[in-house]
Design a protein around this ligand. Structure first.
Ligand SMILES: NC(=O)c1ccc[n+]([C@@H]2O[C@H](COP(=O)([O-])OP(=O)(O)OC[C@H]3O[C@@H](n4cnc5c(N)ncnc54)[C@H](OP(=O)(O)O)[C@@H]3O)[C@@H](O)[C@H]2O)c1
Length: 293
């Protein structure tokens, strides 16, 4: 078995994307397994090699590195099944890609001598065909057995990614922050785009109009930090405009109104920190925002 052999268990979006990247890096694909043979075959076609199948133990048998890219709930039961199989696990690296779970989900395999870890790319893979480049350069949060961490760090550096160490006990918080910043942002954007229906715009047209603004804002936060990046009426202490917004808010759903009040209060705190408003104006804004419909 060459040092650079790998198997994939769970041949979905991340599994096939990582598989393809590893092949590009000169790793040798072995088993590519999934619940359904159809998924496994599609993944092998995308990865450009490997043996499709539905027996996870058989698929794992020939890989020095076994990557488990199933949904989170399947990881620990799968580890128990694999540990109960006749495979030899000593010296093999087994890693799952969940953001919230730590390497302890693979405890059953660690007890059999496997070097276990979790490796989570901080990237969103919605479509493997368009996610390759972004995934290659993304941060990868890694924790687990030191020998496994060392192998995975080298692998990540080789593909142009950024290995990041996240302590085992902090993984849930690490993942929650990712969801707050990414998934919740999508939900917020969807509410805003729906609000633009009042202008006669479809979601698609509203996205064309507003998303460049969103991109610029995110870039500003990355460059300047949130305190300096804040613009808009709250940052200027512009009471007149906020009163006008109050009128328009009446036409929007209660969820969005509540959310706006909470976020605008947070903006008030940022503006105060940036000293673009005085403490007196902050109090005035807070009163006005609390009284919004
Ligand atoms: N997608 C992302 O952006 C992303 C980013 C970072 C981390 N992750 C992590 O990567 C993992 C996979 O996410 P994903 O988005 O790639 O999910 P996905 O597209 O739903 O793929 C998961 C695959 O696992 C297979 N599967 C389910 N149970 C299995 C089992 N017991 N044995 C073998 N295969 C099984 C499914 O196969 P069938 O189709 O055959 O049913 C499915 O194709 C999750 O832990 C997730 O947290 C995902």
């Amino acid at each position: 078995m060459s040092d650079r052999t790998f198997s994939i268990i769970g041949a979905g979006r991340l599994g096939r994307t990582l598989g393809r990247i590893l092949v590009e890096q000169g790793y040798e694909p072995m088993g590519v397994t999934s619940r359904t043979l159809r998924t496994a075959r599609q993944a092998v076609a995308f990865i450009g090699g490997g043996e499709p199948g539905t027996s996870n133990a058989r698929g794992a048998a020939r890989g020095n590195l076994v990557l488990i890219t199933t949904p989170d709930g399947a990881i620990a039961p799968l580890a128990r099944d694999l540990a109960a199989s006749r495979l030899t696990w000593s010296r093999r690296v087994v890693a799952h890609t969940s953001g919230a779970l730590s390497s302890t989900a693979l405890e059953a395999l660690a007890r059999q001598g496997a070097r276990t870890a979790s490796i989570h790319p901080l990237a969103s893979v919605a479509d493997p065909r368009t996610s390759l480049a972004a995934l290659k350069g993304s941060p990868f949060a890694i924790e687990g057995d030191p020998a496994a961490v060392s192998v995975l760090r080298k692998l990540v550096l080789g593909l142009g990614g950024v290995p990041v160490t996240i302590p085992r006990q902090a993984k849930v918080l690490y993942h929650l922050v990712a969801c707050l910043l990414s998934n919740d942002l999508v939900a917020l954007l969807s509410l805003g785009l729906d609000a633009a229906r009042g202008l006669g715009l479809s979601r698609r047209d509203a996205a064309r109009l507003y998303v460049p603004l969103v991109r610029g804002t995110v870039e500003n936060v990355a460059r300047l930090g949130p305190v300096k990046a804040l613009t808009g009426p709250v940052s200027r202490g512009d009471v007149t405009t906020l009163r006008l917004h109050g009128e328009a808010l009446r036409t929007l759903p209660p969820d969005l109104r509540r959310l706006h009040r909470i976020l605008a209060l947070r903006s008030t705190a940022l503006a105060l920190e940036a000293r673009t408003i005085t403490p007196e104006t902050a109090v005035q804004l807070a009163r006005l925002l609390s009284a919004l419909p």
